[in-house]
Design a protein around this ligand. Structure first.
Ligand SMILES: NC(=O)c1ccc[n+]([C@@H]2O[C@H](COP(=O)([O-])OP(=O)(O)OC[C@H]3O[C@@H](n4cnc5c(N)ncnc54)[C@H](OP(=O)(O)O)[C@@H]3O)[C@@H](O)[C@H]2O)c1
Length: 239
């Protein structure tokens, strides 16, 4: 395969939603604890999240003052920015951030009070041509590697091809939210679903597992009763 194996790992409600207030109900909090345990057990090379999820979980909406940076003018042949192999950790937090809106303060996820499955992951930004060239200088200053994949929207297949061919990633967790999951589902690159289903019905404002989905077949591989009404369901892409 010319791309990493993708496991979409999410907490869902009974009615297949992934965002909103239901996540803060006690039943869903138990599901979230189980979700983190499974996240660590799956031992992938990293995780991908959309810009909104990264902002909510890790950057909190902070943004650098770009006026102090000079735009980076790239060699038109290769504009991706990588560190030396010795400086790469082998475990990555991959941000799908088309316009370069995320304000990081270092090149690692700093989440000492959060789940240990994320803390220390090395950040990689996936960008499009819409990103401000001064943002590239800011990323370089922080030693944050970045790759380009697309003009306005991120071309998922190009991004995954680069993550495998340049960085060597073999397997990645796709961890939401609904919008980024939808891009992957429409591109047909989700090999496996790992759904931690909490015993709650979400409200109408909650978003589905895949925003803008298309029909796609999966086969059930495993179901595990995790207690407290929580199920872990695993599906594989139908051949
Ligand atoms: N239940 C769970 O397990 C779980 C897991 C993670 C997150 N969540 C929840 O999900 C919510 C956020 O989800 P969301 O659907 O609103 O947002 P999201 O998927 O986290 O992020 C969406 C944004 O990512 C960027 N993006 C991602 N892929 C792209 C592509 N191929 N091309 C262009 N842009 C792309 C765009 O950024 P720009 O807007 O900058 O263009 C887009 O608006 C949070 O509330 C969080 O709590 C739930």
């Amino acid at each position: 395969m010319n791309r990493p194996y993708i496991i979409c790992h999410m907490v869902t409600s009974i009615d297949g939603k992934v965002t909103g207030d239901f996540l803060f109900r006690p039943e869903a909090e138990k599901a979230t604890e189980i979700y983190y345990e499974i996240n660590r057990e799956l031992k992938c090379n990293g995780f991908i999240c959309g810009r909104v999820t990264m902002e909510g979980s890790f950057t909190g909406g902070w943004y650098p003052d770009l006026s102090k940076y000079k735009p980076v003018e790239h060699d038109p042949v290769c504009r991706d920015y990588m560190l030396d192999e010795k400086d790469m950790t082998g475990f990555y937090a991959i941000a799908f951030d088309p316009k370069g809106k995320l304000g990081w303060k270092s090149n690692r996820i700093e989440d000492p009070d959060g789940d240990p499955g994320y803390d220390g992951a090395q950040i990689i930004e996936v960008l499009t041509e819409e990103a401000d060239k001064r943002y590239l200088a800011y990323l370089q200053e922080l030693d944050i590697p970045y790759i380009f994949a697309g003009e306005k929207e991120i071309d998922v297949e190009v991004a995954l091809f680069k993550l495998k061919s340049i960085i060597g990633l073999e397997n990645i967790l796709l961890e939401g939210g609904s919008v980024v999951n939808g891009y992957f589902q429409r591109a047909g690159v989700i090999d496996e679903l790992s759904l931690v289903v909490s015993p709650v019905i979400a409200g109408g404002e909650s978003k589905p597992l895949f925003d803008g989905s298309i029909i796609n077949d999966f086969r059930l591989n495993e179901v595990k009763d995790c207690g407290n009404g929580v199920l872990w369901t695993r599906y594989k892409k139908a051949e």
